[in-house]
Ligand binder design. Structure first.
Ligand code: UDP
Length: 234
């Protein structure tokens, strides 16, 4: 396997599957199978899950809720997704730990870096919920930060498209996919890979990002086998 320890970032929206909101159990089970396949090959897997299928802080103000309050609501949404994912992974036969950036002892462990690393070494899948625990951040930034903290080899950003394109492939049929890009190129071309905080954290810490289509069966494994199945930014 090309990478020994990975940080997989899944958006909340990806959990909706074909639905318009909420969590699609079929999608969860599909992800669990993909993750199990790579774990069976000895890869250590940490996951950051988003909350966009349930709530995002930016939508708060429109409904008269303060932004910061909305951000905490978004962070709690990621814990709900994390719990759902945890159940799916356990049903598929994996050992897991959900670690939260906000303390909620009855539900999950608090994030403690050394403990997270220990879980990974013991072959447990670690899910990081509640973002970094602070408002005005995103789960992409959480993915970059946690990946650096646990010394992951790569951030794998699972999306609906199979990489980074010259233009939006859902709108422009002439758009082509980059197989590899430097951080500098991605920045100069203004390619929206992650928000700037997340992107800069990876760049400054020499942490490669791979953007890939998590919904295509076998893709996660292909990437770990070293195939060019997405866009590598390094
Ligand atoms: N959030 C936050 N701090 C964090 C991570 C998340 O305030 O460290 C909030 C923020 O409001 C965000 C929401 O949680 O909109 C859900 O996360 P995100 O939008 O990143 O989820 P995704 O788009 O990946 O589903």
């Amino acid at each position: 396997m090309k990478y020994k320890r990975i940080l997989l970032k899944l958006s909340g929206e990806s959990l909706m599957g074909e639905g318009q909101y909420g969590i699609d159990p079929k999608r969860l089970n599909q992800y669990a199978e993909e993750i199990k396949a790579v774990q069976d090959q000895g890869v250590e897997v940490a996951i950051v899950i988003g909350g966009g299928n349930i709530y995002r802080g930016v939508q708060a103000e429109a409904s008269g809720i303060e932004r910061v309050q909305g951000d905490y609501m978004g962070m709690l949404a990621t814990v709900i997704n994390g719990m759902a994912l945890q159940s799916a992974l356990e049903s598929a036969g994996m050992y897991t730990r959900l670690m939260s950036g906000i303390k909620m002892e009855q539900v999950c462990e608090p994030f403690i870096r050394r403990r997270a690393i220990r879980h990974l070494e013991k072959g447990r899948i670690v899910i990081f919920g509640a973002g970094i625990g602070n408002p005005y951040f995103t789960t992409d930034s959480t993915a970059s930060l946690r990946a650096i903290e646990i010394q992951a080899d790569v951030v794998l950003k699972g999306t609906r498209v199979d990489g980074v394109y010259t233009a939006d492939p859902e709108k422009d049929p002439t758009a082509t996919r980059y197989s590899e890009l430097s951080f500098q190129e991605a920045y100069e071309k203004n390619l929206n890979i992650m928000d700037m905080t997340a992107f800069t954290l990876c760049q400054e810490n020499n942490l490669p990002i791979i953007v890939f289509d998590m919904n295509k069966p076998g893709n996660l494994m292909h990437i770990l086998e070293g195939e060019s199945a997405g866009t590598l930014i390094n």
